[in-house]
Design a binder for this molecule. Sequence first.
Ligand code: MN
Length: 423
Amino acid sequence: MIDHTHNVHAKSWVEEGSGRIDFPVQNLPWGVCATHGIVVAIGDKAVVLRTALQKEILQFSNEITNALMQNSLNDFMSLGSEVWTSVRHAIFDLLTGDPVLEILCEQTELKLILPATIGDYTDFYAARNHATNVGKMFRPDGDPLMPNYLHLPVGYHGRASSVVISGTEITRPHGQLKPDDSDPIFAPCKLLDYELEFGAFIGSGNTIGQRITMDDAMEHIFGIVILNDWSARDVQKWEYQPLGPFNAKNFASTISPWIVTIDALAPFRKDGPARLDSDPPVLEYLQPVTEDVLDVRCCVSLSSFSMRNDDVGAMQLTKSSLSNLTWSFAQMLAHHTSTGCPMNSGDLIGSGTISGETKDSRGCLLELTWRGTEPIDLPDGTQRRFLQDGDELTIKAWCESEDAVRIGFGKCAGVILKANPEG
Ligand code: MN
């Protein structure tokens, strides 16, 4: 809901910086620091909740205070959307009232860690342009979309243990590969790719046997982060039938460290997702309610080791938007729990690769280079079909509209390291 914390004229006493800043007082995203505990970003600084609570500059009930003193956001997220909003209001009031410098630290001092203990991670496949492109490449005969695609959000259960924070180096994985002209081999992945996605953190869950309905779904989501679902395409191609991705997806998925809350995204919600007139109707339990679509822009850039060495700026590969999804996070959650599958505080739901209709909005190298047949020229004179050792991949995201202050997500970045020699 839009309230006074989204006021375009609101200003904090904290120096927010100039130009396009990610963290104005209208944003207030949540993170966790290894040494300071729970923090909220403001400008290029952060509010240290532990300090503000210990000095009684912020005061809440015992339950909320205990949750905010932890080293992860799980307990706070489990308290529900009314508590999240009331704490957002308190922090907003603090940052727009009289200056209290002792609660701040520099963001550069923070060692940000995963913001929550992620018990379960599920990755969806919710953008039809991505599914259509991949379908055309892997199944050139017939309809690129599988018969179920427009009836339900397709997903697979991922591996929560492999979710890492932005900045973590990614070692090229080994895997079982099947060259076209020989028997399978065990070797370093040759077709390493990224996937441009967002992840939704579940705040309050549901007990086993009870579903989360479309009416309630957005109230269960605490906020979202940028997600890069690193993918070993050659491993995937050989292993994926009949049960879907397995080792191709379980070596690393990187998330941005700041959770931008659904509260902060209130001015950037739209009705939808849009469907074509020729699409089949969705069943009642997946009918969109109101403003389930989040309009978040995003871009992907790549810089090779030599580009960074020579101070050549990163090359932009993709510009896309979360509003390109065919299924909203609310629909993913309603479908995921339609059997009574329990969600817990801190569970993470990935959107699937977000590709738009145009070539420059394709969300992974598999699509951008059309399976390697259309390589990309980099400024250092080399070409990319898939990621090379030393490549750094960076995803940025932001929201902007005429009626609201621009808010950003920070970045989700990772550098590829060469495969371990011992395999
Ligand atoms: Mn994915």
